[in-house]
Design a binder for this molecule. Structure first.
Ligand SMILES: [Mn+2]
Length: 370
């Protein structure tokens, strides 16, 4: 079982920071990350493959990069999130001992999900990724992520994943596999979704799994949509009541957080999840939940958003009451920026993402990962 997982990882994943298919772009940054993760290595591919052999014994959470922005569609560039956020985590926050790096999902940047592909394209992409047209592996980033995580959780049901996106569509396979695993172990879970947007379209121009529609389709996997809480919403064509009535979830818009305070909101969610007998939670964090002052290097920056400390209070209070057993940080696009006075980008956005990622990683490590 463990061998099967490691062999699958060698097929479906690549070394940390290598998920964007490129020859020269950001070459120095990749080398820098390689040095930080494998200090004495002559060959990153070999060092990464060797490191996978000790996965089973690791007691910390597992970091997974998904460099896909094919599910985005306004300004792309979140494919660079995993490389840049890792560097920030390691260089500024020095937390290399607090996570085990699984590497990045292999990404064909033109693909989203295998269900959108015809048989010829599937075959030629299988050939490109795995050297055989007859391979049984998936080829699109969302499909590969789900395939990998299903085997990961089957092999190690108590281990946790902290994922770096990618546009927000990557949370669809991340949360889907997580929910399947939790259902199997009989664990009741809630989903906490930080975002400026609801991501509750049924489809966008006919595509059902994208950054604007992933939440709609993940609700089916929860015991009840009432176990989903969205925080930080402010850019929406329809009022809160519409979304709550249509989908059955609960929203705290960023104006609610400013009016009532982060602590009060956190405790209202905690009380409701407690009544519903939830044991564990997943937190999906779209960086645009934060105000544009703290996060402008993203595809759809929005004003009037959360202050980082408000998000942190809510995350920490939730972690004090429920086991955090899955989390992601998405939509950080370091090559994008909005010109705002006195804000240096992408450093500001990367710092915000790294600080919140660190809190999520510590939360995931709190109850062990074995
Ligand atoms: Mn989102």
């Amino acid at each position: 079982m463990i061998d099967r997982l490691i062999n699958t990882m060698k097929d479906l994943l690549c070394p940390p920071g290598s998920g964007v298919f490129t020859v020269n772009t950001a070459k120095e940054r990749k080398a820098e990350l390689g040095k930080l993760l494998y200090p004495n290595s002559q060959n990153i591919q070999d060092s990464w493959e060797q490191s996978l052999e000790v996965l089973a014994q690791q007691k910390v959470t597992n970091l997974l990069g998904i460099c896909s922005d094919c599910g985005g569609g306004i300004l792309r560039g979140a494919n660079w999130g995993p490389l840049f956020i890792r560097l920030k985590l390691l260089e500024t926050l020095s937390i290399n001992k607090e996570f085990f790096d699984l590497g990045d999902i292999r990404v064909i940047p033109h693909l989203l999900h295998d269900k959108y592909l015809n048989p010829e394209t599937l075959k030629s992409c299988k050939n490109a990724l795995y050297g055989s047209k007859e391979s049984t592996h998936s080829v699109s980033p969302l499909s590969i992520t789900e395939e990998f995580l299903d085997i990961f959780y089957e092999t190690h049901p108590k281990k946790t994943i902290f994922a770096l996106g990618g546009d927000h569509s990557v949370s669809y396979p991340l949360v889907k596999s997580y929910l399947k695993a939790k259902k199997k172990s009989g664990t009741k879970v809630g989903l906490i979704h930080f975002d400026a947007h609801t991501d509750l379209l049924v489809d966008r121009l006919g595509i059902d799994l994208c950054f604007g529609s992933w939440t709609t389709h993940i609700l089916d996997g929860l015991d009840s949509p009432t176990l989903c809480y969205q925080i930080g919403i402010r850019s929406s064509g329809k009022p809160k009541e519409h979304w709550e009535k249509t989908f059955g979830l609960t929203q705290y818009w960023s104006s609610d957080v400013f009016k009532r305070g982060a602590m009060e909101i956190a405790h209202e969610i905690i009380d409701k999840l407690t009544v519903d007998k939830v044991e564990e939670i997943y937190i999906s964090f779209d960086i645009d939940a934060l105000d544009v002052k703290y996060a402008s290097s993203t595809g759809t920056p929005e004003a009037d958003g959360l202050e980082p400390h408000q998000a942190i209070i809510i995350i920490q209070e939730l972690q004090n009451h429920f086991k955090l057993s899955g989390a992601d940080m998405v939509e950080v696009a370091p090559f994008l920026r909005t010109d705002i006075e006195a804000v240096t980008e992408p450093e500001t956005t990367l710092n915000s993402a790294a600080i919140i990622s660190k809190i999520l990683i510590k939360g995931l490590n709190r109850y062990g990962n074995l």
